[in-house]
Design a protein around this ligand. Structure first.
Ligand code: ADP
Ligand code: ZN
Length: 720
């Protein structure tokens, strides 16, 4: 037999099929070790056949087959080919998405550990340590022997085992993360709306279902119920959540309901944990994969449902090659398996909702919160007035009053700050004026290194104003207050309050997010200060106040989606308040209190927002009515980078000239941020009418150079 093998080296020269002689019965998808050049390398069998066009004596033999069943199944192989074709990506780099890195390197293996298990009560006589050890094991049933020995001593455990109180044996160790999560499952009796949602999903013949429900309308319960249904039918499920910080809570709910059938996949796990969880899914031991976007590649067969929770979240687009959209992969898998794809959100993306409205997706609307809890009331604090009245602190008077009453009543508060990357907008603190591009009508971004303002859509540069062009005021500000400053101001004002901070600096470590959130949930603090990380998902019953300190930061972010993002953010953050019996309050601080987006958000009027935003996008030719494509060329040496830029620019220009009706905008330029991490960045920016030219663009950009990286982004999250 002949095996067609892709070697696991992501370089252009080897991105083709190599043939090897193999034994009968080798299955496509297997990981193998093959001779390559004068060494060995890992590879994947992508198909097998009887005969080769090469003379057999010229073919080398496969040296070793790593695993059975094959690491990659047939569906995933098909999908690999599809993705590789769609994004013109090397097969090897696509295959890597399906397999945890530690499997490919072969560095992680199954582990055997010694465990002490409780057997029965025995008389330990005067051996005090043995008695303690026995009581300990009686409580915890099974504990790693090393831990017991550290606690009670080697001889105590040995003695206890000899008396028959416990056994000590080696077992396969499963590094299952978050096992000590509290179990809190109280299966709910579904509300009428939830019942109808389940029926609608089951009955509709559409592939994609959009669950649009206000925060707290019980979407999670619907996912869990439908997953349970699928499990009963012998089918499996993938459950995607946006961020690691969200996963523990969701996971504990899933674990509580489905126990060991749940496996978690995300980059925050240790290599060993990832390896074990992955194999539990591949081997069929676990049947529900939970995780961030990469879990869409979970090695499950016979899928009944794929859930994408908070579907609008920007983390669902990959930021490294291949730049796949989670939705596209999920849809392909749902189609292959005949599974349902459920998208859920309180604030669906404009793109998704448009498709649902046009009837391409099954739209299910949940209008009520569980127990008819009212949505929290949102009070707007006009920060222009605060400045005028001489309040220099980051907290408006009304917010200060609310914080004080919250502390007095021993409730909890969340203060939310919006910070995005390096980008900063210029706002006049006296009139709310925001600097915008004259030709594109999007806010400009301040670039400190050049002390100027730039438009990320056309590259235009503007001088940084010293006074406000609108009111002449000199309190022009770029950027916002940091979380650290907010915390120190809080401490000064409320010395007795206990404060927790959650941002990129405080959440390092595998369970960093989880620890902070847990501490807050356990009421170890009164106020939680944080960035977008705290915006979504969490359920803190004692929180009755949410302060949004700088709503403008995302509103005037230089991105055509800034309105959409702001609406989503406010809705989500507001949803953190008043989850339990007590009514919630939200204070929203802004320099532009009359802004449309803010008005819709305050009224929780998604449809109003959508209609407004959709018209605007149509009128200004922005996605989803067009597609923004950016080709990025980056390299350490400027001349090499420009050389490659030229190489792709001329064929792109030719393509665009041949199809003028497809193109709104086409320009090559230095990227707004010219260098990141010592790499020069040049780009070609396009706005296209449709996806018609995309395959050609990918083809042109599929140049692979040693020192220069070229990649294509579609509707990128960030144009810096
Ligand atoms: P969403 O995901 O739509 O924001 P959740 O699923 O978090 O909403 O539900 C909000 C709250 O209502 C949770 O505390 C959940 O436990 C509770 N809940 C959900 N469904 C029911 C139900 N049928 N009966 C009672 N409580 C429910
Ligand atoms: Zn512009």
């Amino acid at each position: 037999m002949i095996a067609e093998v892709i070697v696991d080296i992501a370089s252009s020269e080897v991105d083709r099929i190599f043939e090897y002689e193999c034994d009968e019965g080798l299955r496509p998808g297997a990981r193998v070790k093959v001779p390559f050049g004068n060494t060995y390398t890992a590879g994947f069998v992508i198909s097998t056949k009887e005969k080769s066009e090469y003379p057999v004596e010229k073919l080398k033999k496969i040296a070793y087959v790593y695993d059975e069943p094959p690491a990659v199944n047939e569906e995933c192989l098909l999908l690999t080919k599809k993705i590789a074709r769609r994004y013109m990506a090397p097969m090897a780099s696509v295959l890597r998405l399906f397999i945890p890195a530690e499997m490919r390197t072969g560095k992680v293996h199954e582990r055997l550990l010694r465990y002490a298990s409780y057997e029965r009560d025995v008389d330990t006589g005067r051996a005090k340590k043995q008695a303690e050890c026995l009581a300990f094991l009686k409580t915890y049933k099974k504990v790693e022997a090393r831990v017991v020995e550290e606690k009670f001593g080697v001889s105590a455990l040995k003695g206890l085992a000899e008396k028959g109180g416990c056994t000590v044996r080696k077992e396969k160790f499963v590094r299952s993360p978050y096992l000590n999560l509290p179990k809190n499952d109280r299966p709910h009796i579904l509300t009428e709306e939830q019942e109808r949602a389940i029926e609608s999903i089951s009955a509709s013949s559409k592939r994609v279902h959009l669950l649009h429900g206000v925060t707290g309308s019980g979407k999670t319960e619907i996912y869990l119920t439908y997953i349970g249904k699928m499990l009963e039918e012998g089918k499996n499920a993938i459950f995607l959540v946006p961020e690691i910080s969200l996963t523990p809570q969701m996971l504990s709910q899933l674990r509580a309901r489905f126990g060991e059938a749940v496996a978690i996949l995300h980059s925050g796990l240790s290599p060993g944990e990832r390896f074990d969880e992955w194999w539990r899914l591949r081997s069929g031991e676990a049947r529900i994969a939970v995780g961030a976007r990469s879990a869409v590649f979970a090695p499950l067969e016979n899928l009944g449902v794929i859930v994408i929770d908070e579907e609008h979240d920007s983390s669902y687009v990959s930021e490294s090659t291949p730049r796949y959209k989670t939705f596209d992969v999920a849809l392909a898998r749902a189609n292959y398996n005949g599974a349902k794809l459920i998208l859920g959100s309180a604030t669906p993306s404009v793109e998704t909702f448009l498709q649902a409205k046009e009837g391409k997706f099954n739209l299910i609307t949940l209008t009520k919160r569980i127990n008819q809890r009212p949505m929290p009331t949102i009070t707007v604090a006009d920060m222009r007035q605060e400045v005028k009245h001489g309040n220099p602190s980051p907290f408006s008077i009304v917010l200060q009053e609310e914080i004080e009453s919250c502390l007095r009543e021993k409730k909890q508060a969340i203060l939310f700050l919006n910070r995005r990357g390096y980008s900063q907008t210029v706002i006049c603190q006296e009139c709310g004026y925001v600097a915008e591009c004259e030709s594109c009508d999007v806010p400009l971004t301040y670039h400190a290194e050049e002390n100027c303002l730039k438009c990320h859509y056309c590259g235009a540069r503007y001088k940084m104003p010293v006074a406000c062009p609108n009111c002449g005021g000199v309190r022009i500000r770029y950027g916002g207050t940091g979380t650290q400053r907010v915390v120190s101001e809080l401490k000064k004002k409320y010395p007795e309050a206990r404060i927790l901070r959650m941002d990129n600096d405080t959440t390092s470590g595998k369970e960093g997010h989880y620890k902070i959130l847990k501490a807050f949930a356990d009421r170890e603090a009164d106020i939680l200060v944080g960035t977008q990380m705290i915006a979504k998902g969490h359920d803190f019953p004692a929180v009755t106040l949410v302060g949004i300190l700088d709503a403008d930061m995302s509103l005037h972010f230089s991105d055509y989606r800034s309105g959409e993002r702001t609406f989503q953010l406010i809705t989500q953050v507001a949803g953190r308040s008043g989850r339990a019996e007590e009514a919630g309050k939200v204070v929203l601080q802004t320099y532009s209190p009359t802004n449309y987006i803010l008005r819709y958000a305050i009224d929780y009027d998604y449809l109003g927002f959508f209609n407004y935003e959709q018209k605007l996008r149509k009128a200004t030719s922005f996605p989803p009515f067009t597609k923004i494509v950016r080709v990025m060329v980056t390299g350490e040496k400027e001349d090499e980078t420009v050389e490659v830029l030229k190489e792709i620019y001329f064929p792109l220009e030719k393509l665009v000239k041949e199809h003028p009706e497809e193109v709104f905008f086409f320009q090559k330029m230095k990227s707004p941020i010219k260098r990141i991490q010592n790499k020069f960045r040049y780009q070609v920016l396009m706005r296209l009418k449709s996806d018609l030219l995309l395959p050609h663009i990918y083809e042109i950009c599929a140049v692979r150079k040693r020192n220069v990286l070229v990649y294509v982004e579609e509707n990128p999250n960030n144009l810096s």
